[in-house]
Design a protein around this ligand. Sequence first.
Ligand code: F6P
Length: 374
Amino acid sequence: MRIGICTGGGDCPGLNAAIRAVVKHARGTYGASVVGIEDSFNGLMFRPLRSRELDLGDVTDLLTRGGTILGTTNKGDPFAFVEAGKPSPQDLSRALVDGYRELGLDGLIVVGGDGTQLIASRLLNVGIGIVGIPKTIDNDLGGTDQTIGFDTAVQIATEAVSRLQSTAESHDRIMVLEVMGRDAGHIALHAGLAGGANVVLIPEIPYDWDPILAKIAARKALGRHFSLVVVAEGAHEKGGRPNYATVSGGAKRLGGSGAYVAEELSARTGVEARVTVLGHVQRGGSPSAYDRILATAFGVHAVDLVVARNFGRVVVLRGQAVVDVPYSEVTGGHRPLDLTASPLVIAAEAIGMSLGREPATKKVELPKPSRRGP
Ligand code: F6P
């Protein structure tokens, strides 16, 4: 049996750990060979094909390494490939299927986020034996409780919040940290809670200024002259729209929400504010222990599925269990923070963190204890 593997979309910590698990389990347990496809699906679309056999020696020391040894791209849709100089997108799916056959592959493990998995689900219909592994620092993929890369990004963002605290306190400043996550606030809320932020603004809750200003004023009244604000890149004011940074080649790129919040807060409070944009630091470097473990468990399960020729499945985390679900459960919907059921949203507001809205749970007056006599 020959198993192909590729990594697609934006990179994240843990991709190499998944590749390592696939190679070790496929070769060690089943004696199967593994072929790494380079730069997402691109390695199969063009000639010469870009692929290489992956042996045990190729995955030595890979567990802890960031990025992906196979390379990746978020600009390679085989059904609508945009080529420089060509007026309209080209359908290169036929060339991809031919490439898959030329390599003699029995199945293809696709490690990717929503865009990549959507393409993968379409490749099932053109005869490719696909099994998916979910990854993205944004943690916004439907069907799974967690994706590879999220835990590491949260750790990095948490470290940033904690480090901003001392400098904010020394200068009596408002420190704003902009984090990634596209239109989901998972990274922002997790890092805000873990780092002790006072205000966290997420795309799921378009914010009002009043509760944010009230929070900063309340801190001041307690002698806390600094505040820590985490802003998700997709967060925006009520009635407003997300901020986009310089758009190159017509593409839209989220960015600028942190700078906007810092400027407004400074103007509205009279307190100096500074902004830090964490950017791709969140995606770089060695994966956390949790991501290494998750990627390993996902990789092993994916190999078992391919060997059983159980295609069209995505490996997911449900509670503590690694299971697999049909593609439709993963590609069927984006998974933002669940505002009604998320224990994190409830906990954040219960401890007085402002999410830019009037908290769902109001302060309650406890009944005075009745005197017991005599
Ligand atoms: O989806 C992962 C992610 O890191 C988002 O959080 C972010 O908005 C985007 O990718 C950045 O993409 P790029 O690497 O193309 O700048």
